[in-house]
Every structure is written in C-alpha cells, then in structure tokens.
Ligand binder design. Structure first.
Ligand code: NHR
Ligand code: GAR
Length: 216
C-alpha cells in the first residue's frame, strides 16, 4: 500500500477527486492525511466527513518560509508518505523543502505550462488572447511551476468567457487528469528523463475537454 499526503489551501475539489478515485478504483494506496495551511479551508470538512486525518499548519504563525516549511515537513513525515500531492496549495515552497521531496511531489497548475506560471492564470490566458487553455500536472521542482510535466488537459477559450467561466471549464479537466496522474505515480509507471516524463506502458498523457453543447 502506497501512502499519500495531500496539501490544500481552500476548496479542495482536486483533493476530493483524488480521494474518490482512490476509493472507487481500488488503488493500492491510502490517503493518510490532508494538511492545510489555512484553518478555514473548506476541504478540511470533506476530510472530516470521510474519516481522513487532517492537520492545519497555519503559515501566519511562522516568521518566515523556512520555519513554516520545516513545520510542514514535520507533519508530513509523521505519515512517511510515498507521495505528496499539492491540490490548490497556495504557498511557494523553499528549495530545501522541494529538494527533500524531489521525485515524489506533484502539483496541478491551472494553465498549459510553460504558459502562465504563477497566479491568476485564467485572467493571464484571457489577456494573452490564447484560444486554448488548460491545466498541467507536474513534478514540483524549486523553479516555480517549471517541473517535468506528467499530464495536460486542454479546453477551448469560448467567446464571452470571463476568468470564472474559464476556470470552471478548466477545473473539470483538472478533476480528470489529476487522479490519472496520481495513479500512474502509485503504479510506478512514471520516469523522469530530463524535462520529459515517460509513462510505461504508454497511454495518452493529454486530454481534450469534451465541450459539445457549450457553444464552442
Ligand atoms: N513551490 C515550488 N518551489 N515549486 C513549485 O512548482 C510550486 C511551489 C509551491 C506551490 C503551486 C503553484 C501553482 O500551481 C506550487 C508550485 C502559489 C504561488 C504563490 O505565489 C505560486 C504558484 C503556486 C502556488 N503564492 C503566494 C506566496 O507568497 C501566496 C498566494 C496566496 O496565499 O493566495 O507564496 O500555481
Ligand atoms: C485549482 O484550479 C488549482 O489548479 C489551482 O487552484 C484551484 C484549487 O481548487 N491551483 C493553484 O492556483 C495553485 N496556485 P481546489 O482547491 O478546489 O482543488
């Protein structure tokens, strides 16, 4: 049984998608804990309702990123996880923290990387005028939003979209690709070769949203 710890900051819908897929598809894995840096994260309610241990490490109680990350690592390591999953986790992590979990920490970022790293990605996409947008699952490396890409999901930008409408369309593909990518990791099927992530045996590491009927 592989052990997974999930880090959240808010709603936790990606965490929920991973938890549900793990249970539904009988992964050889267990979600050991949900850890939030925000005490008011809605996702903590889902954890409680589903009997998953949860913990808050409030970044505001620390005087710097190093001490916060050290406390966070302390809580994570109590569970000895094989994999750390960032699911809407909103704090930039120090190099030391990322290096400690190198090769066993994944993130989902709401853009088709390397486009639009950082925050407010949907507004960035609208401002840039791209007609295709999406989400990327990547290994976390010290360079923010630049780690090797495991999977991507693409959605159209539709006339009249605002950031909220686009975010909602992207979120649907996030809920498809993140559980898939986590499962591949659990099954030991991912190998990082430089910037590239190979999946063995191979299957599509991309997904195009089914938007029939959405005016696309
Ligand atoms: N840390 C490292 N070192 N590397 C990555 O690739 C990381 C990371 C930490 C988080 C998620 C990322 C995203 O998917 C992630 C990837 C937060 C910020 C940010 O600027 C940027 C990117 C991501 C997450 N956070 C502000 C900060 O000062 C706080 C913003 C807030 O609290 O709302 O840390 O987008
Ligand atoms: C998701 O869209 C995720 O990709 C994004 O925030 C949302 C979290 O939703 N992540 C980031 O922006 C990381 N900086 P969720 O809490 O419902 O999973």
């Amino acid at each position: 049984m592989k052990k997974i710890v999930i880090l959240i900051s808010g709603r936790g819908s990606n965490m929920e998608a991973v938890v549900r897929a793990c249970a539904r598809d009988g992964w050889p894995a267990r979600i050991c804990a949900i850890i939030s840096n925000r005490p008011d994260a809605a996702g903590l309610g889902f954890a409680a309702a589903n009997g998953i241990e949860s913990k808050v490490v409030d970044h505001r109680q620390f005087d710097g990123r190093e001490s916060f990350d050290a406390a966070l690592a302390g809580e994570i390591d109590r569970f000895e996880p094989d994999l750390v999953v960032l699911a809407g986790f909103m704090r930039v992590l120090t190099d030391a923290f990322v290096t400690k979990y190198a090769g066993r920490m994944l993130n989902i970022h709401p853009s088709l990387l390397p486009c639009f790293p950082g925050l407010r990605t949907h507004q960035q996409a609208l401002d840039a005028g791209v007609r295709v947008h999406g989400a990327s699952v990547h290994f976390v490396t010290p360079a923010l939003d630049h780690g090797p890409i495991v999977a991507q999901g693409a959605v159209p930008v539709i006339a009249g979209d605002d950031a909220a409408a686009l975010a909602a369309r992207v979120l649907k593909v996030e809920h498809e690709i993140y559980p898939r990518a986590v499962r591949w990791f659990i099954e030991g099927r991912l190998t990082v070769e430089g910037e590239r992530v190979a999946l063995t045996p191979s299957e599509p590491q991309w997904l195009f949203a089914d938007v029939a009927g959405e005016g696309a």
